[in-house]
Design a protein around this ligand. Sequence first.
Ligand code: ATP
Ligand code: MG
Length: 409
Amino acid sequence: MQIYKVGGAVRDRLLGIPVTDIDWVVVGATAEEMLAKGFRPVGADFPVFLHPKSGEEYALARTERKSGRGYGGFTFHASPDVTLEEDLIRRDLTINAMAEDDQQNLTDPYRGQHDLEARLLRHVSPAFAEDPLRVLRVARFAARYAELGFTVAAETMELMRQLSGSGELQALTAERSWKEISRALMENQPQVFIEVLRECGALKVLMPEIDALFGVPQPEAHHPEIDTGVHTLSVLEQAALHQQSLAVRWACLLHDLGKGLTPEEDWPRHIAHEHKGLKLIKAVNERFKAPRECQELALLVGQYHTHGHRALELKPSTLLELLQSFDVYRRPQRFEEFIAACEMDARGRKGLEQRSYPQADYLRGAAKAARSVAVQPLLEKGFKGPELGEAIKRERLKALKAYKEAESV
Ligand code: ATP
Ligand code: MG
C-alpha cells in the first residue's frame, strides 16, 4: 500500500500556512489490511479509518457516484485498484486535490499548484455538481483565503449558480450546512462567505431573509453606507476584526432582518424592525439548528440592539427591564456578548469603523450597579416570595437611578 498526504495539509504547506490537521489517502489496500494494522474504522460502510496512535484520518482511495439526492445519495467504490488520480478527481477544488508522498513528491493531476499561484478556487471536474455542500465549502474557502487574494474562478461560480438554481441546495441537512456556516463565520473575512453565496444565488435559497436586505435603504444620517445588506456585511467584518465569538457573529448577521419587511413607502425608516425581525431570526435559527447560545443571543440582539445604542438616554426603569430580559444576574457573559454585538453594529457603518462606543461601558456599569443589590438585608427585613422579588426590583431600580445620576454629572 502507498500512503499520501492529501487535501488541506498539502495545500496549506504550499501556501506557507501552518497545517493543523492532516488527512491521508491510502492506495492499494483493503479494509481488512487496515484493520489488521490496528486502524479503527470510522463508520460501518465508510472507507475511512483512524490511525491507532495519531488519531488522524486515513481514507482508502475511492471513487464515488451519485445515486440519489443529498449526501446519503452517494455510492462509494473503494478497492485496491482505485488509483490516486481517480481518488483526487472526486474532490471539490483543484487546490484540495493534490497529494504528497513522504518525500514531499507532489501528485497534482488537476493543476492545483497552478491555481494556488493564480489564487483561484476552481472545481476539479463537472462531478462538483453532485454534492451541493461544495457551494458552501467554496464560499468558506473564499472567506478564509480572501486575504491572500483568492477568488472563485468564473467557471466554478457558473457551476455554483446552476447548482443553486437547481433545487439541490434544499436537500442539504441542517447539520452539514451549519458545520460549514459556523466554520465560515469564524474565518477572518466571514463577509466574503455571504458575498460569494449571494453572487451565485445560494443566499436567496439558504437565507432569503439576508438576501432581502440588499437594496433596502436606511437613513443616511446613521448609515452612510445606506444599503442594509452592505451594512450587515460590514457588521460581520467588524465582528471578525474584533475576534468576536461565534454567537456574536451569528447575532451580527441576523440583527437587522426585520428591515427586509418594511413596506417600501416607509423607507428609509424602519419602525419597530427589532420586533418584526424576531420571527425571521427564529426561522433562520431553526432552519440550521444553530446551537442554543447562538439562537438565544441572535434573538436578544435582534430585539434589543437599539436599546444598546440608546443606553445613555434610557430611563432607569427601561434599563432595568433590559437587564432583567438578559437575566444579567445569572448570565453576565451573555450580556457582554450583547454589548459586543451592539458595538459591532455601531462600527459596521461606512466611515464610522473607528468611532468610540461609550454605551458599552455605560451598560457594563449599569449591570454592575443592579448586580450590587444584596438580597440578604431584604431577607432579614422579612420579605418572602413575590414580595421579595418586588423588593429586589425596587432596590435595583434605586441603584440604577443613582448610577444614571452619577454618570450624567
Ligand atoms: P480544512 O483546512 O478546513 O480542514 P480541508 O481541505 O482539509 O480544509 P476537509 O474538510 O478536512 O477540508 O477535507 C479534506 C479533503 O477532502 C479536502 O481537501 C477535499 O479534497 C476533500 N473533501 C472534503 N469534503 C468534500 C466534499 N464535500 N466534496 C469533495 N471533496 C471534499
Ligand atoms: Mg482537513
